[in-house]
Ligand binder design. Structure first.
Ligand SMILES: [Zn+2]
Ligand SMILES: [Zn+2]
Length: 341
């Protein structure tokens, strides 16, 4: 099955952190963190429909102006998500500018901003260029479990993590795909038709074998309705798990975070994770509320992810090449017991 999410880092691992997720077949992209995003060409930025900001330290949020500048004058809604206090921060950024002529612009740019409180409350507000970006309050919502947003066919989950300030970790998930074997359909004398949608849904929902499915049977050149139990049709379908990609930056290596990250990233195909410091500088990492590369690798291993993407290396290691990445991979691949750190 073709992967439908293609993710890459916005900058090299020593640059500002950020991940661009191209959603194939939907003509859209999701952006995780907006520090320096000037490496992304405008045509890629203009595909972005949702922006997820882990926290508002400058290296994760300073690119807001660049994005705003590019989108201004366009008829478009951009959804932005961030931790507690995020709506005020977006409001402050917007109100640093003068908007006396913005009403003359043709396109109405709307920023739909959601902030996640630690208790799962979603506070929401909207800022529209047609209203000179005055804050418009929207009703609060609640997270459904850890589900933050649905973007087309994708779901984005989040965890509120501790970086001495709330910092959001994210996981993007595609739904499972169901494919129907055409040759098996033919062999059973069944015809293609809208009923296959119901069959796919029933398979995905794992309904009981006795569940009746309204099918179409071939009869000469015609088709006739037939009701068959799901159990008899189950073999027509093949289920392929959807992709899962997790993004975790700027967190302390403490039990609360470890448990939440594991839950968020469990079984992910890819985990993009910060490796700010080397384990030899673990004390400094703890003081600055960051992970070491070894801790990041261990988190990836605990979360049973398939692939690790280390990034957000401190520039102090710039002359040491990919040493932080190597340290993370070593911890990820260690087969013996974990070091007790
Ligand atoms: Zn950072
Ligand atoms: Zn930070």
């Amino acid at each position: 099955m073709r992967p439908t999410i293609h993710c890459h880092l916005v900058n090299d691992p020593f640059g500002d952190p950020g991940m661009y997720a191209d959603i194939m077949f939907e003509g859209r992209a999701l952006l995780f963190d907006i520090g320096d995003i000037t490496a992304l060409p405008p045509r890629k930025l203009l595909r972005v429909s949702h922006v997820f900001v882990s926290h508002a330290h400058m290296d994760h949020f300073a690119g807001f102006d660049h994005l705003l500048h590019l989108f201004l004058g366009r008829d478009k809604t951009l959804a932005l998500f961030g931790p507690a206090g995020f709506i005020d921060r977006v409001g402050h950024k917007l109100h640093a500018y003068t908007w006396n002529v913005i009403r003359n612009y043709q396109g109405d740019l709307a920023l739909a901003v959601t902030e996640v409180a630690e208790d799962g409350t979603l506070r929401r507000a909207r800022f529209r260029s047609s209203q000179a970006f005055l804050r418009e309050s929207m009703p609060d919502a609640r997270m459904d479990g850890d589900l933050l947003a649905s973007c087309g066919g994708l779901r984005v989950r989040c965890a509120v993590l501790d970086h001495a300030t709330p910092c959001l970790g994210f996981a993007m998930e595609e739904p499972a795909h169901v494919n129907i074997w055409k040759n098996r359909l033919d062999a059973m004398g069944l015809a293609v038709g809208p009923w296959l949608r119901d069959l796919k849904r029933a398979v995905l929902d794992d309904l009981p074998a006795a569940t009746p499915i309204g099918a179409l049977r071939r009869s000469g050149d015609d088709t006739v309705a037939a009701t068959l139990p799901l159990g008899a049709l189950r073999g027509l379908a093949e289920v392929t798990a959807g992709q899962k990609i997790a993004y975790v930056v700027d967190v302390r290596y403490v039990p609360g975070n470890i448990g939440r990250i594991r839950q968020l990233a469990l079984g992910a195909d890819e985990l993009f994770i910060e490796c700010a410091f080397l384990q030899e500088d673990a004390e400094q990492a703890a003081r600055k509320n960051h992970l070491t590369a070894w801790q990041a690798g261990r988190l990836a291993r605990l979360s049973q992810v398939k692939r690790l993407v280390p990034f957000h290396f401190s520039t102090r290691y710039m002359d040491r090449g990919n040493v932080p990445g190597d340290e993370a991979r070593t911890a990820f691949q260690e087969t013996g017991g974990f070091r007790n750190q």
